[in-house]
Write a protein that binds this ligand. Sequence first.
Ligand SMILES: Nc1nc2c(ncn2[C@@H]2O[C@H](COP(=O)(O)OP(=O)(O)OP(=O)(O)O)[C@@H](O)[C@H]2O)c(=O)[nH]1
Length: 380
Amino acid sequence: MSIQFEEPLAGSYGVVDSFPKDFGYGVEEGDIEDSPAPSDSKPRILLMGLRRSGKSSIQKVVFHKMSPNETLFLESTNKIYKDDISNSSFVNFQIWDFPGQVDFFDPTFDYEMIFRGTGALIFVIDAQDDYVEALGRLHLTVSRAYRVNPEINFEVFIHKVDGLSDDHKIETQRDIHQRANDDLADASLDKLHLSFYLTSIYDHSIFEAFSKVVQKLIPQLPTLENLLNIFISNSGIEKAFLFDVVSKIYIATDSSPVDMQSYELCCDMIDVVIDVSCIYGLKEDGSGSAYDKESMAIIKLNNTTVLYLKEVTKFLALVCILREESFERKGLIDYNFHCFRKAIHEVFEVGVSAQRLGTLQPATPSLKAVTHNGTPRSTV
Ligand SMILES: Nc1nc2c(ncn2[C@@H]2O[C@H](COP(=O)(O)OP(=O)(O)OP(=O)(O)O)[C@@H](O)[C@H]2O)c(=O)[nH]1
């Protein structure tokens, strides 16, 4: 990998001469848009938890733009609801929303089949309720799933924390963490790792948590982070997120720490851009798309910060936060962005070709392979 710094422009910024091209798969290029994965072989993200813990609300708010208040009227889920979101999103998964009363001892419930093709299991606990029963159910669920497929990422959403004070949130998280891990230790399941998140549909925490869940399932994540690091350090940018536009999940960011405010700002920018584009960007007969190759936006804030959004792929947008003085070198930023965009396309094209040629050797061969929009797909 070589990066050239352009001398006269700025001491510390430069032109990105080339991004790394060989990402380990090293095969011919292919078409990024075709070869969709058959829907049943897509990896699953399971949403499980007790009744009324908030599973359907999470799925509707994150992937279907439902406003949080509307979830008050959601009916209870009675059977497994499979939501395939890959037509509109980079997130090429099926989200399976389970009814709260799922019974592992019911012979018609084929949990072996379900867990075998699962990438992540999200267990939702209602933090506003007594969570003793939920902890018992969590233990039963994860221990069953782990025995069938130890590759699953186990994620616990301590949900509805909007009703809790800051102290109470921390105490609840500590208590749930402690009890859940004690239960696992008692069952000699110390290797089973649980990750915990405090979430609410009434703020951005649910999008942030889902971002982290999805990132763990993207085999190219280190490459994407590396590309973002190279891009921002050569362009004088403070923070950059690669967003899945439809869900506002960020699938990668540079390695500087994420602060919630920056993330919220970037999410809000996507909303503004898509809303304005829907109103004023479509053709007179209503045809066209609110998000396409031409999509880009610049928002200057009153604190000398600039937000810069640009289209990367059909599903992805780059949103950057930078200072006004750095934005004076817009030409340089745009040139570096051009190289960055090309590299991102190559990452996913290479993945698709490898899959087509059957030469891909992902980190966990039993589960992950790359699909047309870049996310892993099950090979079971
Ligand atoms: N305060 C608060 N309420 C929430 C949150 N998420 C969901 N809810 C509410 O919780 C209630 C239950 O939500 P659902 O999404 O139907 O729960 P579920 O887990 O899918 O329920 P079942 O389908 O019965 O398993 C609804 O009234 C939601 O509005 C949250 O983050 N905060």
